[in-house]
Design a protein around this ligand. Structure first.
Ligand SMILES: NC(=O)c1ccc[n+]([C@@H]2O[C@H](COP(=O)([O-])OP(=O)(O)OC[C@H]3O[C@@H](n4cnc5c(N)ncnc54)[C@H](O)[C@@H]3O)[C@@H](O)[C@H]2O)c1
Length: 341
């Protein structure tokens, strides 16, 4: 018998931790039993807002004490592997965490090893896919109205460790999750390596998928502007071209398509409140039933990260990089070493 409610600990009560706690609290299938942040003021405010008395600055200790079904962490990218370990050691059934999955292939491989060995489900926040405009584009592509898909593409003006796995995740979805076989990449600029999402200023990749479809992804300074969208972080254009047309979503500006049925477009903008509800609901569904695998599952998110890291390796190695990847020199360090000042 599945419990009526799954208990949840959220660690990292910044912007995204708050979104997660709000979504869990709104859904009757979950009960918040603990909150964590190293910032005492922030933690106190969150405890008051969510009415949770069990708080700590130590996520691992809090998880051990409260033993949650769901261990959720929304920290910056420098903190992934230790918190995956904390969730696994506390016996969580599901660990939900923020993109980017990891800062390197090596880290991601270790994280996957831990969760696979313990049989813990993982979910990564590529939740833009719940937007009505994102879903409309998927529906048009899947209906066959753009003919045979030959190209999927995604661009974002935001830099790599913020945006690249979002782009790769949604283009993979639009391409029915075909496996990436090889990539070629190029990058420029080192100013964003000092950011808390360390990245080259710009990166671009070509991806060859096993179904013959070509992926094209670009992120950062130099990626095309999306003038229809005002909000800078939502200047993302993601879509597919086929033999009879195209369909694409603008994260902050609706969707549009030209198909065998004519020209069409519609509204939509990324909206955390709208997207987080189904994102957490599908966690309960997966916990209830192993067959209802979450669309943002960690195995899929690993492939997003792997493709992103393969593109980084291609910049470093100056050539085609085949997937799957094994361990290697941490990609961001290697990029920093080879990119000119
Ligand atoms: N999926 C999305 O749409 C989306 C959108 C924005 C950000 N993000 C991602 O979410 C993550 C967090 O971003 P944010 O904007 O919420 O950051 P934030 O800075 O607002 O919040 C991070 C919080 O983590 C806390 N923290 C740091 N170390 C900790 C530790 N050891 N234990 C507990 N808490 C700790 C910080 O004090 C802070 O409150 C990033 O990886 C970012 O890329 C995802």
């Amino acid at each position: 018998m599945n419990p009526a409610q799954y208990t949840v600990v959220v660690a990292g009560m910044g912007k995204r931790g708050t979104h997660h706690a709000e979504a869990f609290q709104k859904n009757g299938r979950f009960k918040l039993v603990g909150l964590c942040d190293i910032d005492a003021t922030r933690l106190e405010a969150a405890a008051k807002k969510f009415g949770v008395s069990e708080t700590s600055a130590d996520a691992a200790a809090l998880a051990r004490k409260t033993h949650p079904d769901v261990f959720c962490f929304c920290t910056l990218p420098d903190l992934r592997l230790p918190l995956i370990r904390a969730g696994v050691e506390a016996g969580a059934k599901l660990i939900a965490y923020e993109k980017p999955t990891a800062l390197s292939t090596n880290e991601a491989l270790e994280m996957m090893q831990l969760t696979r060995a313990a049989g813990v489900k993982t979910v990564v926040s590529h939740q833009h896919r719940y937007g009505e405009h994102y879903k409309k584009v998927k529906e048009i592509i899947a209906s066959g109205a753009i003919g045979r898909v030959h190209t999927v593409y995604g661009t974002a003006t935001g830099w790599m460790m913020h945006m690249f796995t979002h782009l790769i995740d949604y283009t993979r979805w639009y391409n029915d999750y075909a496996e990436a076989e090889w990539v070629v990449g190029q990058a420029h600029g080192k100013s964003k390596f000092s950011d808390n999402h360390p990245s080259p200023d710009y990166i671009a990749g070509l991806i060859q998928y096993s179904n013959g479809v070509r992926g094209i992804v670009e992120s950062g300074e130099g990626a095309p502007d999306v003038p229809e969208v005002d909000y800078w972080w939502r200047k993302c254009r993601i879509g597919a071209q086929g033999t009879e047309g195209f369909a694409e979503v603008l994260t902050g500006g609706g969707w549009r398509a030209i198909t065998c049925d004519g020209v069409a477009s519609g509204p939509g903008s990324m909206d955390y409140e709208h997207d987080m509800g189904p994102y957490v609901r599908e966690m309960a569904d997966w916990l209830d039933d192993d067959k209802k695998i979450h669309p943002c599952n960690g195995e899929s998110a690993y492939k997003d990260l792997e493709t992103a890291m393969a593109i980084c390796r291609s910049v470093v190695q100056r050539g085609k990089v085949k997937l799957p990847l094994g361990p290697g020199e941490p990609e961001l360090e290697a990029l920093k070493r080879v990119l000119p000042d």
